[in-house]
Design a protein around this ligand. Structure first.
Ligand code: GRF
Length: 199
């Protein structure tokens, strides 16, 4: 399976995927990192991992669709079969969603459908839930709304802060995301309408 990872920030999920590939635990090739923030730490991580990066500034383009067309061309050139969103903080339009329907996944730091959108961990703390979690899902046209592939629960404990919850969530993400990609690479994941079946 040939994958591209899209990220905007730290890239701890990118790193976990690259490390799993390096360790022989994940049988995919990372063809491309796509990043919209030239200063993001994930760019240096890709360089260290020997992964080609397409780094762009959205302001250099007339529209979202314009840079997405360029990204789409690169994905096609590299024959990417799965797009992995890992902290990519931009809305994705139908330019990419349609050609990669059923072939684009996202990881979100909450138990969806609770707390979609930005600052999911802060939203969960503010609401006062006792359990939050991590969701990996296919991407459709909506906000964090596509068919759910896997979820893991994370307890919120007395005295927790955004930072302490985030640390536990990130540890769970870094285990779950490579695992889900491996299931997809092994052909174990299929979509039946709203439902994802894993054999
Ligand atoms: C993760 O918490 C992920 O769930 C969210 O953005 C964060 C990215 O973290 N979508 P990192 O850049 O992979 O460290």
């Amino acid at each position: 399976l040939r994958i591209a990872v899209f990220a905007s920030g730290n890239g701890s999920n990118f790193q976990a995927i690259a490390d799993a590939v390096q360790a022989g635990k994940l049988d995919v090739s990372i063809e491309l990192l796509v990043c919209d923030k030239p200063q993001a730490p994930v760019v240096a991580r890709a360089e260290r991992a020997g992964v080609e990066a397409f780094v762009f500034k959205p302001k250099d383009y007339a529209s979202r669709e314009a840079y997405e067309q360029e990204i789409l061309q690169k994905l096609r050139d590299k024959q990417v079969d799965l797009v992995v969103l890992a902290g990519y903080m931009r809305i994705i339009t139908s330019v990419l969603v349609e050609p990669y329907e059923g072939k684009m996944i996202n990881i979100h730091p909450s138990m969806l459908p609770s707390f979609p959108g930005v600052n999911a961990i802060g939203q969960a703390l503010q609401y006062g839930v006792k359990v939050t979690g991590v969701t990996v899902h296919f991407v459709d046209g909506g906000l964090d709304s596509g068919p759910i592939i896997a979820q893991r629960a994370v307890d919120i404990l007395p005295g927790d802060t955004e930072e302490s919850v985030a640390a536990r969530i990130h540890a769970v993400e870094q285990e779950l995301y490579p695992q889900v990609i491996e299931w997809i690479a092994a052909g174990k994941v299929s979509i039946e309408g709203r439902h994802v079946v894993i054999d």
